[in-house]
Ligand binder design. Sequence first.
Ligand code: NDP
Ligand code: GDR
Length: 383
Amino acid sequence: MTKTALITGVTGQDGAYLSEFLIKKGYTVHGIKRRSSLFNTDRIDHLYQDPHEDHRDLILHYGDMTDSMNLTRIIGEVKPDEIYNLAAMSHVKVSFDIPEYTANADGIGTLRLLEAVRLLGLTDKTRIYQASTSELYGLVQEIPQKETTPFYPRSPYAVAKLYAYWITVNYREAYGMHASNGILFNHESPLRGETFVTRKVTRAVSRIVLGLQDKVFMGNLSSKRDWGHAKDYIKAMYLILQQDTPDDYVISTGITTTIRDFIKMSFMKVGVTVDFKGDDEFEEGFIASIDESIFVSKVGIEYLEAFRKRIGNSVVGVDPAYFRPTEVDILIGDNTKAKEKLGWEPFYDLDALCEDMVSHDVTLMKKEEFLKKGGYKILNYFE
Ligand code: NDP
Ligand code: GDR
């Protein structure tokens, strides 16, 4: 029988990959999207079906995590077998600017979903996945971090997600709900939001080699993250809900890398060596050399001459505006439990992830360059 899933945050990075994955498995997917003055469904437009079609795999509903009546009505209508709660104000730095909203959407929003399922009498039918995060670990208590590592959140985002984590555990214990937390470490992709660090870097690298941009300004280059590919991580979400017993799982690769090294790796993908004079937090990055055969095959011979002239130029600067009031210095996850109980393992390593993102962004920026030549204004927004 066809299963029905409800995905909050369906328009986000994970929502898009998960929708596609579940539709391929034969699910009918309902997604909650926010009303916006501009179209905000770019990531799922390829899955869109005309509402006049007899059968649809993807059905979108307007909604918001801050509106309990809306959520209760949608859940009551859809009566989903599985809810994936992916909606969140997910940017850690921005959560310092809008802490109350973040608490409302990310923290209380989760309570609204759980309570709706309970009040509607769906406790035995509906399984719930809560998008928890490695940000819960915050200030280092133990390395690598695992399910039993104590939490020490370091941002309004992480504190809101801490509430969401525990209210999920509490509803599981209090009402016997099949509600689970996936404690996911950072996961990225070509669909990653442009203001998260990996995507900011891969976009900037692409623009710099094409001559569309001189330099990129970054925040803390020394923090370390355990990065995986979103395509692998949404499979773990699905597996968590297929277990007989609800539980909480760390999903990670087990390898950590500094932001500085990710920048170097991204430039290397297009044949450019960028050197930092040291590992001080304010050290700029300079173009040291070019591997011309890689550059030509990845970027194009027509860009080489202009780029050669830029050897020695600074392409990475540091702007303290991007520093966070409290930082999470290092994340590295121990995924043993997920391996053993879910049979989950990441397919992509960081090198393959970086390759996927850089090659996607070089193609994308070439399209932007084409539009620019045709007189279109290209957004230069690099938060
Ligand atoms: P994105 O920021 O790409 O997507 C977030 C989604 O939530 C978007 O669809 C967004 O809508 C929606 N949203 C935001 N606020 C509300 C609201 N008030 N009501 C309804 N919808 C809302 O995040 P990701 O896909 O990367 O992450 C998915 C979830 O997993 C998030 O909860 C995130 O916090 C968590 N997480 C992510 C990790 C990662 O590395 N990616 C790691 C660990 C946890 P819109 O498109 O309109 O903005
Ligand atoms: P994070 O991701 O905060 O880990 O949260 P992000 O990519 O924003 O930052 C990672 C690290 O990079 C440093 N950094 C910068 N970050 C951004 N965004 N922009 C910069 O210019 C920059 N320079 C350095 C940051 O200081 C940080 O140390 C992500 C989100 O997806 C959360 O929703 C999720 O819960 C966690 O991952 C796991």
